[in-house]
Design a protein around this ligand. Sequence first.
Ligand SMILES: Cc1ncc(COP(=O)(O)O)c(C=O)c1O
Length: 391
Amino acid sequence: MREIYLDYNASTPIDPSVANAMRPFLESTFGNPSSSHWAGNPAKAALERARAEVAAALGCAADEVIFTSGGSEAINLALKGVFFSLKGKGNHIITTAIEHPATITTCKFLEGLGAEVTYLPVDQHGRVDPDSFSRAITSKTILISVMHANNEVGTIEPIEEIGRIARHHGVLLHTDAAQSVGKIATAVNVLGVDLLSMAGHKFYAPKGVGALYARRGTPLEPLIHGADHEHGRRAGTESVLLAVALGAACTLARDLAPMDRVRRLRDDFWRALQHQFGNHVVLNGDPEHRLPNTLNVAFPGYVGADILARLDGVAASTGSACHSGRVELSPVLKAMDVDPDVGMGALRFSLGRATTIEEIGIVVDRLKNVFTAGSVPRRDDLARDSPRRMN
Ligand SMILES: Cc1ncc(COP(=O)(O)O)c(C=O)c1O
């Protein structure tokens, strides 16, 4: 059974160029980048080279890049860092209902500390209306946080328009770019953002490294206090190994040309599914403003996890999540007001640079076999309220 990986939005393999860049730091170069001697100097030089590579992918200055342990930490630093710095000025944060838990949970935590958070709704494609920010901003608003692209359905948010509104009102704007780096352009000055977070393992770096871009002058209380690493914004001796990996992955990410091929494959995939299943398959997400690699489809009347469990050897995700023993519609599909009968049957396929047309053909065939075998239970056949565990 050939294993096929179509879950690149969950994580990517390490690219060989990234692994090669890391090798010297696994095998020989070990100095502390803060030490000014023969062992520390090359480590410091590599760290700063990596920072410049990250900055080049974002079109910012190197000193605006803070290395973190991943996307979640970068988001926490952006939201808590601004809140702790500006809480004398205001306590209002605006975000959307479809953010990643790294944002939603951080907002909930800050609500416990006195923040007021507005969770703006999205349309049926998962897009937020930029005008809703103008209406939501008050004299207490200190920060807007909106994801650049959604992880489940791939919808790209109108960050540039939101940026113009944020600047007009003197409010800081953070974007969670965990899913967009390496897939679409992420130049911070084009987007008009003050803060941008990224997660290395979503674009061919290892897990455990990410970065936060913070525009010069952005007030940011550190989460980790200590010595003055990262210009006093994140204490702790930097992992040169992981920073170098992120830098190499950012260099790879700057070349978006391979995404044209991925987009064509993704569109071929969708056409093949429509050909095979007609109106028994539905597209979730924005048909136009969508990541080039993401295909979230639903088979109305079925449960995504039931389909996936029978799709041998295929790594993909479902649009439902298991809570307290029940399979529930994901908060993202819920916020998009997707009919539960449709949304429960959602599957997310996310393609990557290594995906081939043969793999797409095999997955379409396996899907066809799963349905012709008639082994997938229909939702109506299931006692709707009975607790079901995801497998
Ligand atoms: C949109 C989005 N934001 C944030 C994160 C969190 O990144 P990490 O798991 O690297 O901390 C993810 C990862 O799933 C994501 O998809």
